[in-house]
Design a protein. Sequence first.
Length: 182
Amino acid sequence: MTHSPPVPCGLPPEMIREAAQEIAKMLDYTPATDLRKLVKRLGGKITEPTEQDENSASIIVDAEEKSFTINLQPDLFPLRERFYIAHELGHLFLHSRMEENLTAPCCGSCVQSQAELEAELEADMFARAFLMPTDAWEEAKKLYGTNSIQLAAHFMVPEPLAWQRLQLEAKAKAPAAMKEAS
């Protein structure tokens, strides 16, 4: 059976974020959701790769069986594992049409083309929006302000993801503040 690498969906970032948040709602995702159980509920499974592939994370979609397998590195830090699972779900929802076989390797660490890099970036965007939906993010900011450690703990994500989101928001607000000042 041959598998194809992911092809970027080409959606603008805002549409990827909206899609991720809608999918999270459809799946009743909350920050407390066990993503391993969610994968199982979707008909997928999670395995640890063989020694030779130990540094990779990937998803393999089997169109004939209408199933998928997410391969994760052994002994991942739990919050990093959550991100990797969400990233691979991004490939499933953005890049797999379930009528073709797909192999999406390595969370970007071994991409071989510009198209594969774009697909990896799209899967990353999906993962961030899936794990930290906007409505829940705004509510959490009311509780924790801009404390990236507390926000990360609330969403059960690695702290750099919460920090990056705060930085992106600050950059987005800067031009608006400059307009108001002039």
